[in-house]
Ligand binder design. Structure first.
Ligand code: PLP
Length: 375
């Protein structure tokens, strides 16, 4: 664990973001995605706060392990915990866990569905289905809808608890991108075919962050925000101005200057002996790839005292080098804010290192303490 570098998480901003989304989606319920340790912010503290203080009753995880950890914490609470990708219903042990711990597996292929339907113990258990409408990753195949309906009928199942699909390209325009339009149309037709076949559904959802930012999913009962509720936008920079909901980054990544010294242009720096691109000062910052601060952040610009300063040379395991202009007065021990609650700094890191905020946030390693604050 480090002491000088930390991820400070402002829980009140999580609440504000939630409110901003709720203000737009007045009647929709929120299924909050908390997979990957709540996008790097800490599964338990985030989910506890979301449930107890913000009134979120539905949580989405990727694995049964995550769901169990969460259920352990919210054991006596009335809330739904969904498992999306790796549910492994065929394992007896898992089957028991779903049944006994009220964890909802989201079924995504026919064998799984049949396993579920023919099991008498699942007879009155909520059935959650995800259809593949064009993501082409996981999900019941759209063109196999007739077979799915047959299966449901064979086992006399008349109700789906939560019917879903997932967009592949919601970071692009929901109204202009062909794939988005096609996926929406396919989901609408799945709903109507099921209805025609006499199969009801209690809940439906379609929108992840990109779609939510653009105001889509209004006709469903749930929305499933992930990254947006933690602050960053899911939209590509060129369509970010179309966002109807803008949130704040709930975390601030802070580090400090371990040492500082003057340097001349051309002096080799650190591993790989990268020549320093300019005269100035080198500040050694206490973040490296051991903290989830990637080697791809070489040449990314940070702000120190409002000035842009580049990360130079290779990012090491425990630290990295930042080139600071000669005239800027900096001191050993001084704090560096890598990103703050405005989106600009985090977005700059993503753009300059060719990555996405999802990865930057998920990558922050356990060595960086998460500090929770309430304004
Ligand atoms: C991760 C995930 C989401 C949330 O995605 P974001 O882009 O982070 O909003 C929604 N639905 C499903 C099924 C997911 O796996």
């Amino acid at each position: 664990m480090r002491y000088g570098s930390r991820l400070v998480i402002q829980l009140n901003l999580l609440e504000e973001n939630h409110r901003a989304i709720k203000n737009y989606y007045k009647t929709q319920n929120i299924l909050m995605m908390v997979k990957a340790d709540a996008y790097g912010h800490g599964l338990i503290p985030i989910s506890r706060f979301a449930h107890l203080e913000m009134g979120v009753n539905d949580f989405g995880t990727a694995s049964l392990g995550e769901a169990l950890t969460l259920r352990g914490e919210l054991a006596d609470q009335k809330c739904n915990i969904y498992v999306f990708s790796d549910i492994q219903l065929d394992l007896d042990l898992h089957r028991e866990v779903y049944l006994n711990r009220r964890i909802l597996p989201v079924l995504k292929h026919e064998e799984e569905l049949e396993l579920f339907l023919k099991d008498p113990e699942f007879k009155f258990f909520p059935l959650c289905l995800k259809f593949n409408t064009g993501m082409n990753r996981l999900g019941l195949k759209y063109d196999r809808l007739p077979e799915v309906i047959k299966l449901l009928k064979k086992y006399d199942r008349k109700e789906i608890y939560h019917l879903m699909t997932h967009f592949s390209s919601s970071s692009l325009s929901m109204t202009e991108n062909k794939r988005n339009i096609d996926q929406r149309e396919k989901f609408a037709s799945i709903k109507s075919e099921l209805k025609n076949a006499g199969i009801d559904f209690v809940h439906t959802s379609i929108a992840n962050s990109g779609a939510i930012e653009q105001g889509f999913g209004i006709e469903e009962t749930f929305i499933r925000p992930g990254i947006l509720i933690y602050g960053p936008s899911s939209l590509l920079p060129k369509i970010r101005n179309q966002a109807k909901i803008v949130t704040k980054v709930i975390s601030q990544l802070e580090s400090y200057i371990i040492d500082v010294f003057p340097i001349e242009k051309g002096t080799p720096i650190g591993y790989g002996a990268t020549p320093c691109p300019d005269d100035g000062q080198i500040a050694i910052m206490a973040l490296g790839y051991g903290d989830g601060f990637s080697t791809t952040y070489q040449n990314v610009e940070l702000e120190i005292e409002g000035r842009r300063c580049k990360i130079v040379g290779r990012v090491n395991m425990d630290m990295c080098q930042v080139l600071v202009p000669k005239d800027l007065v900096i001191k050993r021990g001084q704090t560096i804010v890598v990103w703050d609650h405005e989106r600009t700094k985090l977005e700059r890191i993503c753009e300059q290192s060719n990555t996405i905020p999802y990865e930057v946030l998920c990558r922050i390693s356990p060595r960086v303490p998460r500090i929770y604050q309430l304004k």
